[in-house]
Design a protein around this ligand. Structure first.
Ligand SMILES: NC(=O)NCCC[C@H](N)C(=O)O
Length: 417
């Protein structure tokens, strides 16, 4: 574990996980910005934090080391002279700020924050106009005179990043390396900066090989990536992950970085493009050696492609194998039978309601032991009767961002099975 990363499955005993405690970014969410910022409601921050603290505590009770994105980023920026300056400039480049004068004023404000962890929190929280002394209209640039209001009236100078607590998506640990993603939306793509600097400068993680880069041409997100075993990945072709990203990933994993990457097979699942099916992990998650929770909407024949390394340099073989999810997973895992447990049991009303609140998005901490949202009582009852050991996370507020326990976590290390 030279660089501290080691993930070869979805279910091996979890040793180390990355979270982000929701912070002041949720206080900069307004009803008008919800859709653009990919959020569905305004959470009550204090309760969201208490729920998240309980999630972290549940993980620690299971012997898991809990890391925080904001802390690792601050450590990375403090580790190398010039790293914080480099981060600030790139954060400003991607902040949507218009005008040189505004940029200079924000830079001065951010530089004045001495403590780096407080600085990192502020980059996530966003900035209100009232917080900055913008120079009077003395500039000769139209952009300074008009400012950011050209996109509509707003009290914000820089958008918050309310989805940062979904640490699953900006990057994904695969084996001993990382897919550093280019994300689907402009707003969430800013979250990938934290991973960029952690994997560039953090003393414990800087040697991690990158299987994908945030400057790639196609978008992809960690919620679409499932580590089936050391050699096999499942990836969704979804609203968030383009087929071209999977081609690029296969090239990098099989060839460009083939000497470091153990993955030799990728199953690409073509899932419907909709918010309910946002990522592969909103549709199914592995909960035991041979068990998965699923969204019932994914039953029936699926279009699936199997990508393997070809014989010629740079060649990737693609086989279309349209089949049921059950059969594809059996083949991929080399099992005679897998069991798919439906969100909501057989009840279509419960399935729709609980799927909306991530009933099939679970975090497995060991085979058969999973974190679930408390509010999904119908699904949880079914899982309990199937013999699963449930670690129940309070979820009244956390669920308002449309992500569950798997979305809120990025495993850094799991024991082998
Ligand atoms: N892996 C996941 O399904 N993550 C949930 C992300 C929810 C967030 N509001 C988003 O739309 O990106």
């Amino acid at each position: 574990m030279a660089n501290g990363l080691y993930v070869h499955s979805e279910i091996g005993p979890l040793k180390k996980v990355l979270l982000h405690r929701p912070g002041e970014e949720l206080l900069n969410l307004t009803p008008d910005d919800l859709e653009r910022l990919l959020f569905d409601d305004i959470p009550f921050l204090e309760v969201a934090q208490a729920e998240h603290d309980r999630f972290a505590e549940i993980l620690r009770e299971q012997g898991v080391e809990v890391l925080y994105l904001e802390k690792l980023t601050a450590e990375a920026l403090d580790a190398v002279p010039g790293a914080r300056e480099e981060f600030t400039n790139q954060w400003l480049d991607e902040s949507g700020l218009k005008g040189k004068a505004a940029r200079a004023a924000v830079k001065e404000y951010m530089d004045s924050i001495k403590d780096t962890k407080t600085f990192v929190d502020k980059t996530i929280a966003g900035l209100r106009k009232e917080e900055i002394d913008l120079p009077a209209n003395s500039s000769s640039l139209l952009a300074d005179l008009v400012g950011s209001d050209q996109d509509g009236e707003t009290d914000l100078l820089i958008d918050p990043m309310p989805n940062t607590y979904f640490t699953r998506d900006p990057f994904a640990v695969v084996g001993k390396g990382v897919n550093l993603n280019r994300m689907f939306s402009v707003t969430r793509n800013r979250e990938t900066l934290y991973g960029k600097f952690i994997f560039k400068y953090h003393p414990d993680y800087k040697d991690a090989p990158l299987w994908y880069r945030r400057d790639s041409a196609y978008h992809t997100e960690g919620g679409d990536v499932l580590n089936l075993n050391a050699h096999t990945l499942a990836i969704g072709i979804s609203q968030r992950t383009q087929a071209g990203a999977i081609d690029q990933l296969a090239q990098n994993m099989f060839w460009e970085k083939g000497d470091q990457c153990e993955i030799d097979t990728i199953y690409a699942f073509n899932i419907p493009v909709s918010r309910a099916f946002m990522h592969l992990d909103t549709v199914f998650t592995q909960i035991d050696v041979d068990k998965f929770t699923i969204h019932p909407g994914i039953m029936g024949t699926l279009q699936v492609f199997k990508l393997t390394k070809g014989a010629q340099q740079g060649e990737v073989k693609i086989e279309e194998m349209n089949d049921t999810l059950e059969h594809v997973l059996e083949k991929a895992l080399g099992l005679d039978q897998v069991k798919l447990i439906k969100c909501g049991g057989g009840d279509p009303v419960a399935a729709a309601r609980e799927q909306w609140n991530d009933g099939s998005n679970t975090l497995c901490v060991a085979p058969g032991k999973i974190c679930v949202y408390q509010r999904n009582s119908v699904t949880n009852d079914v899982l309990y009767k199937e013999g699963l050991d449930l670690l129940v996370v309070p979820s009244a507020e956390l669920s308002r961002g449309r992500g569950g326990p798997r979305c809120m976590s990025m495993p850094f290390a799991r024991e082998d099975l």
